[in-house]
Write a protein that binds this ligand. Structure first.
Ligand SMILES: NC(=O)c1ccc[n+]([C@@H]2O[C@H](COP(=O)([O-])OP(=O)(O)OC[C@H]3O[C@@H](n4cnc5c(N)ncnc54)[C@H](O)[C@@H]3O)[C@@H](O)[C@H]2O)c1
Length: 252
């Protein structure tokens, strides 16, 4: 179903899951603000959306910076209209075993995943409250269940789930839903970087991961994008505070 009047913000949308999600929401009929660290890096996603007949705007912002988040949301509201859909997708990895994890590894991951989701959700909610309608989807991960070398990332992704459930409780009365999508192994630059860090060839890495996945294949960014598309749709208005694992099985 097309939703021509809706404006969405997708963070970390220059590539990977964010890019696929921005393209899918644009195909669904939403105008999409493509947010990433470097505005120039958003050009590819924006061009793809325009070429497909959609509406998109490139916005450079660091999701962990309060001033940049405020400015980004104000710009989106001025140039596309009030945003009533938010996808908190921007993410980074700073993997290390606990005894080697630095303060910076910890702080960086918390800042991007948790502070970023908090800052964007807080900035956008007033537009949603004004509209009496809103959708917030935040990216968690199967790593929230625990994953070796990811104490920081697992804590942040578990935190996203608690954050989401609380937003659902606070904002439901304004017609706003909040949900979390928790992907398993998805083929992106992020998983490629993990293989490289472990010194494993990516094809071997993907094959090993696939062997553990009940549906017998690795995930693609579009698998996540399709789930986000459902959660932000009109028809998903009675689904809130949920975590949907998109992992080819009950968990990774
Ligand atoms: N790939 C997977 O297997 C997987 C699995 C579970 C969860 N996730 C989550 O899905 C999301 C997207 O992952 P991906 O695989 O597409 O990653 P990716 O590394 O391919 O893309 C992440 C994007 O976020 C942007 N970004 C990073 N820090 C930012 C900041 N401070 N401000 C704005 N943008 C920033 C990057 O520039 C990049 O474009 C992340 O939250 C990730 O943790 C991914």
């Amino acid at each position: 179903m097309t939703q021509p009047s809706r404006v969405a913000i997708v963070t970390g949308a220059a590539r990977g899951i964010g890019e696929a999600t921005a393209r899918k929401l644009a195909a669904d009929g939403l105008a999409v603000a493509v947010v990433d660290l470097d505005e120039g890096a958003c050009a590819n996603t924006v061009t793809e959306i325009h070429d497909a007949g959609g509406t998109a705007l490139a916005v450079g912002a660091d999701v962990s910076d309060p001033g940049q988040v405020t400015a980004a949301v104000e710009r989106v509201a001025a140039e596309l209209g009030p945003p009533t859909v938010l996808v908190n997708n921007a993410g980074v990895l700073r993997d290390n075993l606990l005894f080697k994890m630095t303060d910076d590894d910890w702080e960086t991951v918390m800042a991007v995943h948790l502070r970023g989701a908090f800052l964007f959700s807080r900035a956008v909610q007033k537009h949603m409250v004004d509209a009496g309608w809103g959708r917030i989807v935040s990216l968690s991960s199967t790593s929230a269940l625990g994953n070796r070398g990811q104490a920081n990332y697992a804590a942040a992704k578990a935190g996203i789930q608690g954050f989401t459930k609380t937003l659902a409780i606070e904002l439901g009365r304004f017609g706003i839903t909040a949900n979390s999508v928790a992907p398993g192994f998805i083929v992106t630059d992020m998983t490629a970087a993990t293989a490289a860090r472990m010194g494993v060839d990516f094809a071997d890495f993907e094959k090993a991961a696939t062997g553990q996945i009940p549906v017998g294949r690795a995930g693609r960014p579009e698998d996540v994008a399709n789930t986000v598309s459902f959660l932000v749709s009109e028809g998903a208005g009675f689904v809130s505070g949920q975590v949907i694992y998109v992992a080819g099985g009950p968990r990774a």
